[in-house]
Design a protein around this ligand. Sequence first.
Ligand code: 4AD
Ligand code: MG
Length: 428
Amino acid sequence: MSISGLREVVGQTATVRGWVTHIRSSGKVAFVVARDGSGVLQCVIAKNAVSAECWETFARLTVEASISVTGEIRADVRAPGGVEMGVSDLRLIGESPLDYPIQPKEHGIDFLLDHRHLWLRSRKQVAIARIRHEIEQAIHDFFYERGFVRVDTPILTAAIGERSGLFATEYFDEGNAYLAQTGQLYGEAAAAALGKIYTFGPTFRAEKSKTRRHLTEFWMIEPEVAWNDSEANMVLQEEFVSYIVRRALDRAANELVELERDTGALERVKPPFPRINYTDAVKTLQAKGSTIQWGDDMGAEDETLLVADYDLPIFVFNYPKEAKAFYMKENPDDPRTVLCNDCLGPEGYGEIIGGSQREDDYDRLLSRIKEEGLPLDAYGWYLDLRKYGTFTHAGFGLGLERTVAWICGLPHLRETIAFPRMMNRLRP
Ligand code: 4AD
Ligand code: MG
């Protein structure tokens, strides 16, 4: 049985398999705490109630050994899952030598990341993985409930995407293939077929940034909606983010407690989110002592300064053209800017979403591609979307790891994914 299901079988005999986390013995009574991924269970072994063989097996247990235990399930309000087991049989399945690398003491982060395959078993890491899973499910449910179709876009692409670095790999006679930085451009094609779509996949950035907010491989969710403009795009974002946060609060409450997350800040996350024009944001930042100039993209420090005034996620909208990607639609009211927004998480988390209305005018898009010096042959198909039945459309990309870090209250992205990929980390 799973430990999480034992509450249903109080008074009965059950068998549980899992891994040892703690052992202690008073000579006549021994305690084994085991975990199986679904929960933790205290198992009590009374020497005079079990066979000599079983008692000897206890003596051979070590932390992280795998075991099978059988016994009566008893209600116990003090126990973690509300039950404990009175053991009648204990089997050692897989020994774990005493040199198990992760010990109950402070380890350096590099050591932990080198042992990530084992570190994943720790309670805090299990809680993070479960919250991430809940968030992923919430994302699928949100879009499913609203009639979006999930579209899987390619990971091997010709040179298209965002500005930051590309990972290249040889691709038969076709020259280089590049790992996708975004699924968006394919998502736009799919939106003209299906109306409302979203992608959910890994994306890759060969950025030489060793910050707490950057991974070289991260997961992005990119909805694209036919007939949405920039304003409708922001409304979708605030509903989406609020839905995810609510779900984590409702269904991952124990895990948030395990992480000692102060959930008061999360409880406040409801639409509408404050909206700040980029130009106003620059003025505010300058007044706060930032060196940002109109035209610059906002750095992490600026984002932190700006969100300090709010206790909700905020939108900064309509950035200067030169700070953003070529595909964003020119703002008809101020052609120096584009119809776009970033969504910045509160509590200093910074950008969790980048979104925009897309340039739907063939000639303007073509001249933007040329201005950026992008290879026209790679973008011919993308221009076709403006040639054959162009349409107002908008979408955004939510960074999954940044969202998980924020909801979990983690300062760094590296613990939000099972096996993080960073500039200096390709193993395990
Ligand atoms: O702002 P970005 O670069 O936008 C896009 O890729 C668009 N194509 C999205 C769209 O409109 N469909 O990235 C979107 C989000 C960021 O806000 C951030 O949360 C996350 O992806 N992100 C990263 N997360 C971890 N590590 C990195 N190196 C990231 N780069 C972006
Ligand atoms: Mg961005």
